[in-house]
Design a protein around this ligand. Structure first.
Ligand code: CAA
Length: 258
């Protein structure tokens, strides 16, 4: 697939997707989201890729869903097309780890896209918000669900109801982002984190991701049981033998994703 709205690169074991609609602040139209889905399909099918980074530009990770496109649609169009569910949910279904590297605006669907990733590394310039109410809409790509889970009800309500933006420092304090880095080092730091992840055993990474995500979908007892069984299952991996042997032998492990 030729990409027109994103740039796709492979850097060692890391797949990099750069949102690239500079004239529209990386507004997320259907074509762009389809391309992100296709790039994820390729990265997931590629055995050598262990982690994916999604980033935008210095000015904007993404300023939200494409308002010019949405303006033309009524209820029947969005319902019949299964808008958002049809292609945006692909990102949340990715089984390999995904890091969002966010600089500048991450608004509306941009903030929601970042939250679909496994964690967010923010540049000092990052600004998060859910301003959909200004358009007579509500957040529609998980903002009312993932944001309160990340930052708590009070801040989520404040952001969705008043449209107040959250800067990087507040986002880190609130738990929306995992770390803040200087703006000129954002991609370097995100790629370094991704490269670290990609050295580990892929089936273990996938199981960790499933297990952490289970924390948001189940009771504590059910989540603990899921983790325990997955932990037990990891003893069947030759990578577990290798990892533990390497520690005891005081050498670097060589994981084979098996
Ligand atoms: N959709 C379509 N185009 C957008 C856009 C969006 N979400 N955001 C910005 N653009 C376009 C602007 O229309 C403008 O295009 P032109 O040059 O052709 O006029 C260009 O990008 C640059 O934008 P601005 O001139 O507005 O730049 P700025 O620096 O003055 O402001 C901004 C930046 C604060 C991000 C402002 O553009 C803005 O408020 N954007 C909209 C944010 C928003 O409401 N997001 C929510 C969208 S709805 C949604 O996401 C629904 C959902 O949950 C799935």
């Amino acid at each position: 697939m030729a990409f027109e709205n994103i740039l796709v690169e492979t850097i060692g074991k890391v797949g990099l997707i750069t949102l690239n609609r500079p004239k529209a602040m990386n507004a997320l139209n259907d074509a762009l989201i389809d391309e992100v889905g296709a790039a994820l399909d390729d990265f997931e099918a590629n055995e050598t890729i262990g982690c994916i980074v999604i980033t935008g530009s210095e000015k904007a990770f993404a300023a939200g869903a494409d308002i010019a496109a949405m303006k033309e649609w009524g209820y029947v169009e969005v319902y019949k097309a299964n808008y958002i569910s049809r292609n945006w949910d692909r990102i949340g279904r990715c089984r390999k780890p995904i890091i969002a590297a966010v600089a500048g605006f991450a608004l509306g669907g941009g903030c929601e896209l970042a939250m679909m990733c496994d964690f967010i590394i923010a540049a000092e310039s990052a600004k998060f918000g859910q301003p959909e109410v200004k358009l007579g809409l509500l957040p529609g790509a998980g903002g009312t669900q993932r944001l309160p889970r990340a930052v708590g009800k009070a801040k989520a309500m404040d952001m969705c109801l008043t449209t107040r933006l959250m800067d990087a420092a507040e986002a880190e304090r609130a738990g929306l982002v995992s770390r803040i880095v200087p703006s000129d080092r954002l991609l370097e730091e995100a790629l370094a984190a991704a490269a670290t992840i990609a050295e580990f055993s892929l089936p273990v990474l996938m199981a960790i991701k499933e297990s952490v995500n289970r924390a948001f979908e189940s009771s504590l007892a059910e989540g603990i049981l899921f983790e325990r069984r997955t932990f037990h299952a990891s003893f069947a991996l030759s990578d577990a033998r290798e990892g533990m042997s390497a520690f005891v032998d005081k050498r670097k492990p060589g994981f084979k994703n098996r």
